[in-house]
Design a protein around this ligand. Sequence first.
Ligand SMILES: [Zn+2]
Length: 275
Amino acid sequence: MAAHPNSRGTGVRIGVHAGGEDPVGDAVAVGASAVQVFLGPPQSWKGPSFPHPEGAAGLREQAAGLGVDLWVHAPYLINVATTNNKVRIPSRTALVKQIRAAADIAALGLVVHGGQVPEGEDLAAGYANWAKAADAAAEVMVQTGLPVLIENTAGGDNSVARTLDGIKRLWDAVGDRGFGFCLDTCHAWAAGIDLPEAVDRVLAITGRIDLVHCNNSRDEFGSHRDRHANLNEGQIPVADIIETVRRANAPLILETAMEGQPDDIATLQSALSSH
Ligand SMILES: [Zn+2]
């Protein structure tokens, strides 16, 4: 892999999630070579909108000019798995809009959570709903060349992509339609999936890990809680995070507190450059 000027020769692209008005600037400021953004308010059906004064083209050109890769995280409201029509129907529409918007900024992928069914309902309905949503999404993925990456989530027995068994059922539902996978280390830990073994076990199901959300956790193993921590400040042993990242061999996005991101990046760079 060619070394990027910002990657300092480690080979793996290390990025950060940035939620402000100048995400590319924020990424460069902490020494990252990629940035994950929201295209619109994460807790709203509004959007897509673009965090740049000149819109999609402005954001795309700024990132390209600085050699920063762009990734998009879909709004948290999107839940194509749910049996609640008032959420599922707008979720499908919003997902397609987000794919197009992510393609407009030449992002490398759109991350979306697996979602959940309402408390007490059968998870089977969630996988069936994913199968239905997958056709429309796959069509736009083909048109735009923009992959949707489904992310494992931390908590709740009603979540469709929490356990390895859930991920297997989800992959059976979406089939061979070109979906990718985003492995979140904090979510896996919270869900009780051992790291770094998670990598091989997920790969055995999905055949691919396109992106790693590289986060430590403030809570204990199997807590079902989704509270990210900077890499050296959480309960996951840092060595396990490093080994997970090494085995996944995919680009990284830190969804950690910005103040600690320069230290997170330094930790990853020194661990990944030494053999
Ligand atoms: Zn994540």
